[in-house]
Design a protein around this ligand. Structure first.
Ligand SMILES: NC(=O)C1=CN([C@@H]2O[C@H](COP(=O)(O)OP(=O)(O)OC[C@H]3O[C@@H](n4cnc5c(N)ncnc54)[C@H](OP(=O)(O)O)[C@@H]3O)[C@@H](O)[C@H]2O)C=CC1
Ligand SMILES: CC[C@](O)(C(C)=O)C(=O)O
Ligand SMILES: [Mg+2]
Ligand SMILES: [Mg+2]
Length: 489
């Protein structure tokens, strides 16, 4: 029986692994996809990451095909259709794996131990086995045959946006690593770099990371700001707007597209730019609300970080795996039944209106990004990694909500993220009950009375200073300066 790998490490090694983070210079990607060129790359699974990573890598000139479990091929399941209708070769493990040079495991985390057991025996000696998230290695302590090189290429983005950003000529920030226990030829990182380039990651920013740093930061981002808070915030804002007499169809549309519009400003210019989109009085109001939100939610964010670091979260989720995903499936069903999810959105809303009438949503984003960033950094995760996992990825998740509300977000993110999202949202909604009682339509749905735009100069200066000097803004400005190819959506 394997055990939590991170928990077996001595403290100093844990801290080293958590703090492994080197921003890679563009010159390090000068060889492009060379290290993977001509190699047979076989992807296991053709879902959210599998399909989109494969499409990008093929467009980058690599030899990509798929292997699926026998039943998926026989029954022509969605994964088979995803691969075959996109013109990829698809075969069984016996057909595809023995000749593969690089096998990319893009199946759900829950399945990884079974996938390792069934896939690895077919792999040739000296091949490469790749992950997009290190849960199986770090939280389950799975050990891989020593002749195999084990790498990680982890896009900080939903699969759909890995593709969309690539098509726009950009990419998504990516964490790459080679598992120290499996690097027999010393070339694992070179291969990870090539796969990352093939997915477009080098255009947005790449960190040389570790499996540990990726897992602990990824779990924190997805549970809190990326998914949990957007889920909780959507439900709370909708209920408030409706109870204040705002047309439900307008409220739904406002929230569905509001996260995307607001956080697009975040992606391009950080919290500073997002807050600058508000009038001065609205900015001060959003700042005050976000300070209150930070005070109320800090213990919850800290609890998620602590539970992730000491393995409580992963063991709780694995209990649910063993219980046929009872919690996950119940929470998924409940989300599908919410009025927000079932009501069709309607109404004309201009881009600026989302800011002017969405002051509370702006406040939630600022509070969530800063809290997630602060908790990660306090736990030993480097600021660059915390930035990608909190601020940069929030708009990419918001893009999925704009497509089909919370249903779309939860079906595109991994099952692991979805579980953590519900866990957080179920705690956050009651936690914010009293705070929400004091909220009215001036900050969500209608906006401030704009007859008088006057503000206290000293207060405005202090608020601007506080926003602009936060560490997430300092590191963000640096990281965004390397994102010269970023495109508007
Ligand atoms: N979702 C995302 O956007 C992100 C995911 N990740 C990571 O990427 C990995 C893949 O996640 P995601 O794309 O969400 O996964 P999906 O749920 O979309 O993967 C579904 C695919 O996995 C196959 N599969 C499921 N179980 C098995 C099994 N036991 N054996 C073989 N194949 C199986 C399915 O085939 P079948 O048709 O047979 O069921 C299907 O092809 C995870 O490690 C995740 O943490 C990382 C970043 C973001
Ligand atoms: C936000 C969740 C994520 O980590 C991701 C898309 O990056 C996932 O596991 O889906
Ligand atoms: Mg992630
Ligand atoms: Mg994840």
């Amino acid at each position: 029986m394997s055990q939590n790998y991170f928990n077996t490490l001595p403290l100093r090694r844990q801290l080293d692994e958590l703090g492994t983070c080197r921003f890679m210079d563009a010159s390090e990607f000068a060889d492009g996809v060379e290290a993977a060129k001509g190699k047979k790359i076989v992807i296991v699974g053709c879902g959210a990451q599998g399909l989109n990573q494969g499409l990008n890598m093929r467009d980058s000139g690599l030899d990509v095909s798929y292997t699926l479990r026998g039943a998926a091929i026989e029954e022509k399941r969605q994964s088979f259709l995803n691969a075959s209708e996109n013109g990829f070769a698809v075969g069984t493990y016996e057909e595809m794996l023995p000749t593969a040079d690089i096998v990319m495991n893009l199946t759900p985390d829950k399945q990884h131990t079974a996938v390792v057991a069934s896939v690895i025996p077919h792999m040739k000696e000296g091949a490469v086995f790749s992950y997009a998230h290190g849960f199986n290695i770090v939280e389950e302590g799975v050990e891989i045959r020593k002749d195999l090189t084990v790498i990680m290429v982890a896009p900080k983005s939903p699969g759909s946006e890995v593709r969309e950003e690539y098509k726009r000529g950009f990419g998504v920030p990516t964490l790459i690593a080679c598992h120290g226990e499996n690097d027999p030829n010393g070339d694992g990182l070179e291969i990870a770099k090539a796969l990352c380039v093939a997915q477009g990651g080098h255009r947005a920013g790449v960190l040389e990371s570790s499996f540990v740093a990726e897992v602990k930061s990824d779990l924190m981002g997805e549970q809190t700001i990326l998914c949990g808070l957007l889920q909780a915030g959507a439900l709370l804002c909708y209920d408030k707007m409706k109870s204040e007499g705002i047309d439900p169809a307008y409220a739904v549309k406002f929230i569905q597209y509001g996260w995307e519009t607001i956080t697009e400003a975040l992606k391009h210019g950080g919290i500073t730019n997002m807050m600058d989109r508000l009038s001065n009085p609205a900015k001060i109001k959003a700042f005050e609300l976000s300070e209150d939100l930070k005070d109320i939610m800090r213990p919850l964010f800290e609890k998620h970080m602590d539970d992730i670091i000491d393995g409580t979260f992963s063991s709780t989720m694995m209990e649910d795996w063993a219980n046929d995903d009872k919690n996950l499936l119940t929470w998924r069903e409940q989300t599908g039944q919410t009025e927000f999810e079932k009501t069709e959105g309607a109404g004309d809303i201009s881009e600026q209106e989302y800011f002017d009438k969405g002051i509370l949503m702006v406040a939630m984003v600022r509070a969530g990004v800063e809290l997630a960033f602060e908790c990660m950094v306090e736990a030993g995760i480097e600021p660059e990694s915390a930035y990608y996992e909190s601020l940069h990825e929030t708009p990419l998740i918001a893009n999925t909500i704009a497509r089909k509300k919370l249903y779309e977000m939860n079906s595109i993110i991994s099952d692991t993220a979805e579980y953590g999202c519900y866990l957080f949202a179920h705690a956050a909604v009651p936690l914010l009950e009293d705070f929400m009682k004091d909220i009215d339509t001036s900050v969500i749905g209608k906006g401030l009375d704009m007859d008088d735009n006057a503000v206290d100069n000293r207060l405005l200066v202090a608020v601007n200073e506080e926003i602009r000097t936060h560490w997430v803004e300092v590191v963000g400005e640096e990281l965004r300066s390397a994102m010269d190819g970023m495109k508007a959506i």
